[in-house]
Write a protein that binds this ligand. Sequence first.
Ligand code: TIU
Length: 270
Amino acid sequence: MLQCLRFDRRAQQMPTARRAAPVDGMFLADWHDTEDTRLKECGMPMITIEAEPAPLHVDLAYAALIIIDMQRDFLEPGGFGAALGNDVSRLKAAVEPCRNALAACRRRGVAVIHTREGHRADLSDAPRHKVERGDPSLRIGAPGPMGRILVRGEPGHDIIPELYPISGEPVIDKPGKGAFYQTDLDLVLRNLRIDTLFVCGVTTEVCVNTTVREANDRGYRCIVLSDCCASYFPEFHDMGLKMVKAQGGIFGSVASSQALLEGMELAAAA
Ligand code: TIU
């Protein structure tokens, strides 16, 4: 009974055209309306989040936290990030803010999705020009201290312990930089009736930016959590965020993890 009351109230507050994003001609919020198991999470309110270029109202029932590629291969020495010549310690700054955002979303029942970049063991899904970059002894598929570089199932491919997925959190394995390319992410989001993504992960200008652009073109609203993202190049991190929020939010919005947490706390206290 509670579930129905809650759903009715939200439906009254938000006309379909505003609460739903069109995907392949379908409105997300119309997706199996009557059998939505996520509406069992009665503690998910409407929040206001201080974001750039403008504050946003977000219904957490239709939002997901997506954590992009927080894998050992990018964050720890000896992995793919290091093989590309990068100082992997630069990515550590995002871990604690991500952990806080993840904990808050888990507490409130907000959907959480993780992604991992990597390839099949036979590299049949790895484009030749991607594999052939850099020092041959450090390429994708080469042996390293965390197993074969950027290969699925190897220790380096896995998500760092601090942000490890728990039961019920989908993990999307992707062969490219964008999380929608050759994956079932769009299908998973549609089935969860998600229209807004809080985006975290690494690196800001590569996989985060590519995913945000893909999501934007598919009708999802992206809110990039600035301190939950990081780059090997601080200037690319800054520019990557600027590119998202420029021109009135051409690809989405940018907010701090603190803004998300405060938005949740204010809504919970109201
Ligand atoms: N190299 C780099 O900055 N990033 C990647 O190769 N993948 C992701 O961003 N995940």
